[in-house]
Design a protein around this ligand. Structure first.
Ligand code: BES
Ligand code: MN
Ligand code: ZN
Length: 484
């Protein structure tokens, strides 16, 4: 992983130097040689470099190779993160680079904030998932080892970077989990991986098949029963506030390691994307990892349901009725609406075992929400306005944005069944809302609850500065921002 250094030291001649410029601002630098600044200005005019966000101009001057990066109009934290991500691709062949942090025109961020956000963007933008390539040559891999941020006050900037570094580490970990193919990342392997996080001071309990049976995870087990792979549930505890024995927040994640649809099998085109149907679980696990790395003074508990949804002779069938842990019965109409079955028991379990009064679940739950919001926003459904608004606010600040969608008695009625307390799908319309109403039936009314449907935002199709193609692990930065 890329090394980030904050220093006030001398930058050698062979190291590529970087300065940033806001859109429309005059190019200047007190740190580069005067001749070089003059050269850059001339070149900028020649190639119409205007400081647009992410645009990079390259110069060779007295100080060696220099990159000028556009920081966009009124640079703010998120635009600087994106600029950092854009730099990542430009530095593909360099081993070491140095960014000269200077005041930005029209931007009220200080030296520390500028450096932190650029560095954070670099750490996310350099993420790669390339472990399964066997014929790539060394020159096809990024060469970048270290980026030095030249700042006036390195000790302080360095100390305060720890939270960002922890978060970047967690996001990269979350993406690794999501990108991993389902033949490797089975529920059991996933659970073992989570257990390994105990080295950070997290407390992890893994419930195996027997324990799940004993604890009445019948809805979750109905999803798992068509697969050869045994399900698991992992319970992850971070007790960062020893002065309190209360849990401030419960997190629940959908961890369907592969969703074929089961007997209601999905069309084959694009089915490979369903290896990422465990993103909710990855986001919960990585969020717990972030808290531990940050030594956060909070008590948070996470529960993730890990199952594979497959068709087979033993698979659950449309028309089957199962009794959830809560005692409510569910008629399964469509075995592809499996995420809510997994979550139902996990939601019930976390409320029963940990007496949480605030609960957030994260799931790649419905194509309907994905179609409604595309990959611009994830859907949020909540029974509490304050919680919803706080999360929406955290989304705006972290760049992982949420749009609130409704739950109502009308939608709730759509999942009433003729044969059981409820059925697992509503009608053809409002699929995101009926799914959320299903979940709400497993949330105690006094518990403040929000459901994040991330089905449209879990994968990056084109590749962006801070996320290459593949898993985004959307939600980790948002949850961390919410908790901070
Ligand atoms: N995992 C899918 C939802 C999904 C769709 C995630 C696209 C990411 C991208 C979920 O389990 C599912 O299959 N939902 C169905 C529910 C339907 C059968 C009521 C859907 O949305 O089509
Ligand atoms: Mn499904
Ligand atoms: Zn699914």
């Amino acid at each position: 992983m890329l090394e980030i250094v904050f220093s006030n030291g001398r930058i050698g001649a062979k190291i590529v130097k970087i300065i940033g410029v806001a859109e429309g601002a005059k190019i200047n630098s007190d740190l580069l040689a005067k001749e070089d600044v003059a050269l850059i200005k001339k070149q900028a005019a020649d190639c119409r470099f205007d400081g647009k966000l992410g645009r990079v101009m390259e110069t060779y001057g007295k100080s060696g190779r220099i990159l000028v990066i556009g920081l966009g109009k009124k640079p703010a934290e998120l635009s600087l993160q994106n600029a950092g991500g854009a730099l990542a691709s430009k530095l593909f062949n360099d081993e070491v680079a140095a960014y000269y942090v200077e005041k930005i025109k029209g931007c009220n961020l200080n030296e520390e904030q500028i450096a932190h956000n650029l560095a954070f963007g670099l750490l996310l933008g350099t993420y790669r998932f390339d472990k399964y390539f066997t014929t790539k040559k060394p020159e096809e891999y990024p060469n970048l080892e270290r980026v030095i941020f030249k700042v006036k006050n390195p000790a302080e900037v360095n100390e305060n970077f720890k939270n960002y570094a922890a978060l970047a580490n967690a996001v990269r970990y979350g993406r690794d989990l999501c990108n991993e193919p389902a033949n490797y990342l089975t529920p059991e392997v996933f659970a073992d991986d989570i257990k390994r996080l105990e080295y950070l001071g997290l407390d992890v309990d893994v419930l195996d098949y027997k324990a799940l049976k004993q604890n009445d995870f019948a809805c979750l087990l109905s999803v798992a029963q068509g697969s050869e792979k045994e399900p698991r549930v992992a319970v992850i505890k971070w007790k960062g506030n020893p002065n309190s024995d209360k849990w401030e927040l419960g997190l629940v994640g959908k961890g369907v390691t592969f969703d074929s649809g089961g007997i209601s099998i999905k069309p084959s085109s694009g089915m490979e994307e369903m290896k990422q149907d465990m993103t909710g679980a990855a986001v919960v696990v990585a969020s717990m990892k972030a808290l531990a790395l940050q030594c956060a003074h909070k008590n948070v508990v996470g529960v993730v349901g890990l199952v594979e949804n497959m068709p087979s002779g033993s698979a659950v069938k449309p028309g089957d009725v199962v009794t959830s842990m809560s005692g409510q019965t569910v008629e399964i109409i469509n075995t592809d609406a499996e995420g809510r079955l997994v979550l139902a028991d996990c939601l019930w379990y976390i409320q029963k075992e940990f007496a949480v009064n605030k609960l957030i679940d994260v799931a790649t739950l419905t194509g309907a929400t994905a179609r409604a919001l595309g990959n611009e926003y994830a859907g949020i459904f909540a029974n509490d306005d304050a919680l919803a608004n706080d999360l929406i606010d955290a989304g705006e600040r972290s760049g992982e944005r949420l749009w609130r969608l409704p739950i109502s008695e009308g939608y709730n009625k759509m999942i009433n069944s003729d044969f059981a307390d409820m059925k697992n799908i509503g009608g053809v319309s409002a699929g995101g809302s009926t799914a959320a109403c299903f979940l709400q039936r497993f949330v105690k009314p006094e518990v403040k609850w929000a459901h994040l449907d991330i089905a449209g935002v879990d994968a990056e199709k084109k590749g962006r500065p801070i996320c290459p193609k593949g898993a985004t692990a959307f939600g980790i930065r948002l949850i961390n921002q919410y908790l901070r």
